[in-house]
Design a protein around this ligand. Structure first.
Ligand code: NAG
Ligand code: NAG
Ligand code: NAG
Ligand code: NAG
Ligand code: NAG
Length: 479
């Protein structure tokens, strides 16, 4: 991991000295273009599929989850289109039947008899064997490429691994041509805590109790925050109601194609013009588990990141810091539907792109509540994900080392589409993400995506260090 660190130090200088962010060098070629099946084909397939499912139901009972049963074929008639346009890499976009996605997620979220999640790494995954394995798999997966099967059924840690750009319409065009933007020509300032004595007043407002309050409400107030569940809207509305009283702020809901909007809180200093670039802080409000329609507490994934973002924007508003010191507007985002392919972030980033909105930087906060040695006051591990913008990652690493010197800062590779920041970077916006650990790390929270991802297993003292790190980043890039 430290090789990443060394790379990052080199890259950082480019961010400081050059007014331009490094280009992404995204290759615009497309890979597979299977056209969406007609509704008739869809109905036929469902027929065959239901028949086959009855025959093999005993065999697959362990793998099946309620969502699979509830959703069988719903893509053909419900609000969710029967085929989804998924982006697995900058050069591979493919239409995949919704029923195939659901089927593959039962493989991805398979649990053993003790209810433990059985991870399947994409590299170790045999797509051909899966095609042969079950009669329904064969018909469902006939049009799906091996690479897509691997990405949908094999999973590394919390990494989602693809962007669902179906509703983003012509977004495929946008995502293909993305180059990292020069947000406004003003490079980030050299990291210097001495130049920001006002930071002390902000971190004095960081409250472990407040983080517990938010994570508690999100993870126990709602049985599940799964984006397709019956009550998926309620946690977004709770977040909205929590943030609405903040002074000099606006809170809006951005509706998604499913019933879980994104929540956007905006603070704008009086000096900012409508063209001034915005700074974004984000985390995803949805959760998942092997029984996502029934129970998915998602305390770490990602109530923890959502709580840090909500707490940080509250501090920035209540302290008057944005009003008095900031040069750039700041937005806090809570995204819906991340677990379905970064859906909320894809839709929102596309709308910003089309509106010509300028973004100075995006900080995503993903799973920051768990540390392997909770219960004593040793250091917090703060992992700065090294991709997809090495210069942004190097800058963040410097910020954390300087402002949160008690923490152990490290880098880790996250991978394409691992979390919401990839939606923004795919459109050329500069991004960085912090987490307790990367998706491939040995110390990754063993409870994530399980029904055991509850707040009792989290370390709120160390989660507070992530709020301190996010505040430091804002203090550096917003002044
Ligand atoms: C950091 O900021 C302080 C106060 O503004 C200044 O005196 C000092 O020279 C700066 N250090 C560096 C390395 O720029
Ligand atoms: C949720 O919020 C309410 C009111 O804001 C508070 O009284 C309650 O203690 C919170 N619940 C948890 C589990 O933290
Ligand atoms: C809110 O805005 C008003 C008007 O600009 C200002 O007087 C006040 O200090 C601001 N309050 C905070 C907490 O930022
Ligand atoms: C505290 O941390 C140390 C290592 O830093 C570890 O060996 C020890 O087991 C931890 N104690 C508890 C109670 O978790
Ligand atoms: C960690 O230290 C802080 C202050 O130094 C203290 O308030 C807190 O109770 C300690 N936490 C644990 C789990 O020991």
């Amino acid at each position: 991991m430290e090789q990443h660190g060394a790379d990052l130090q080199q890259e950082k200088s480019s961010l400081l000295n050059k007014p331009q962010y490094p280009n992404l060098h995204v290759n615009g070629t497309k890979h597979v273009e299977t056209s969406p099946a007609s509704n008739q084909q869809c109905a036929k397939r469902r027929h065959r599929f239901v028949g086959a499912a009855f025959i093999s139901i005993a065999l697959t009972l362990l793998l099946l989850r309620p969502s699979f049963l509830l959703d069988m074929g719903s893509g053909c008639s419900g609000h969710r289109s029967s085929n989804r346009l998924l982006r697995f890499s900058p050069t591979h976009t493919e239409w995949v039947p919704s029923a195939a996605i659901d089927y593959l997620s039962t493989v991805r979220d398979a649990v053993d008899v003790d209810g433990n999640w059985v991870p399947i790494r994409p590299d170790d995954f045999d797509a051909a064997q899966l095609r042969r394995g079950h009669p329904q798999a064969k018909s469902l997966l006939q049009s799906v490429s091996d690479e897509a099967i691997k990405a949908l059924a094999g999973r590394e840690g919390y990494k989602v691994g693809y962007l669902d750009i179906t509703e983003a319409g012509d977004a495929e065009e946008d995502f293909s041509s993305a180059e990292t933007e020069d947000a406004d020509g003003v490079p980030y300032k050299a990291v210097n805590a001495t130049a920001h004595p006002e930071y002390k007043a902000l971190i004095d407002m960081v409250s472990v109790e407040e983080l517990k309050h938010i994570v508690g409400n999100l993870s126990t107030g709602f049985k599940t925050r799964y984006y397709r569940s019956y009550n998926a809207r309620a946690p977004a509305e709770w977040i909205q109601s929590y943030l609405e009283p903040l002074p000099n702020s606006t809170v809006t809901l951005f509706e998604n194609s499913f019933n879980q909007p994104n929540v956007i809180t905006r603070l704008s200093p009086p000096t900012a013009k409508s063209t001034t670039p915005t700074i974004l802080l984000g985390g995803h409000l949805d959760s998942t588990s092997p029984i996502p329609f029934m129970l998915a507490p998602g305390a770490d994934d990602d109530a923890s990141g959502t709580a840090v973002v909500m707490h940080v924007i509250s501090i920035l508003a209540k302290s008057g810091w944005v009003h008095d010191k900031a040069k750039y507007p700041i937005e806090a985002h809570s995204y819906g539907g991340e677990e379905g392919g970064l859906l909320g972030a894809v839709a929102l980033s596309k709308s910003y792109k089309h509106a010509g909105r300028k973004i100075r930087g995006v900080l995503n906060v993903e799973m920051v509540g768990w540390q392997p040695e909770s219960g004593n006051n040793s250091t917090s591990t703060i992992t700065v994900l090294s991709d997809p913008n090495p210069a942004m990652s190097a800058y963040m690493k410097d910020v954390v080392e300087t402002y949160v010197p008690t923490s152990d800062v490290r880098g880790a590779y996250c991978g394409y589409g691992c979390s919401d920041h990839y939606a923004w970077s795919g459109l050329g916006y500069p991004v960085v993400c912090i987490a307790s650990y990367g998706p491939n790390d040995r110390n990754l929270n063993p409870n994530y995506h399980s029904t055991r991802d509850r707040m009792e297993s989290l370390d709120f003292d160390r989660m507070a260090d992530f709020a301190r790190a996010a505040l430091a980043w804002v203090v550096q890039v917003a002044t």
